[in-house]
Design a protein around this ligand. Sequence first.
Ligand SMILES: [Cu+2]
Length: 186
Amino acid sequence: MKLAVAITIVSLAAFAHAGDLSGKTAASGGAAVVYVEKIAGKTFPAPAQHFSIDQRSLMFQPHVLVVPAGSTVDFVNSDTVAHNVFWPGVSGNRKLSHNLGTWPQGEKKSFTFDSPGVVTLLCNVHPEMSAYIVVSPTPYYAQADAGGNYAIHNIPDGNYTVTVWHEGGKPASKTVAVSGSTKLDL
Ligand SMILES: [Cu+2]
């Protein structure tokens, strides 16, 4: 009985030291991505499950994908024509450019994105194809809805730098002190 009470108190305390960070992003064009920048002294394990981007109907689907650093993304060609996948850099760093190659329907290739930043995906067969992978430095990220509202769940209390990105725009950052559920407009 005493143990059960102790466990309850410990779990309530744990809940009191984390919360949701939520608010509104300035709506402009595509849906925004919001993420918490690198936290000094903290590292996070790469997620075991793969993410996926489909090449379907001459489009990358989804158009914007956000993943935590270290994630593996599977690129699946669902069209009857061959597609290529390459990116000219990560957040402007051309040293991180990569060409995954060109492959036919039903095949897939995978890549592990270790470097945080924005990856602009292109296909050298179809110049009209483009998409974005936002590689978040932390597992604390969210995609805003069409109305610009975002919510990052279960962030431990602390001081953070939060960045917002949307297609065609430059990333913009703000600092925030998270204490329980916290509001931050970006
Ligand atoms: Cu293509």
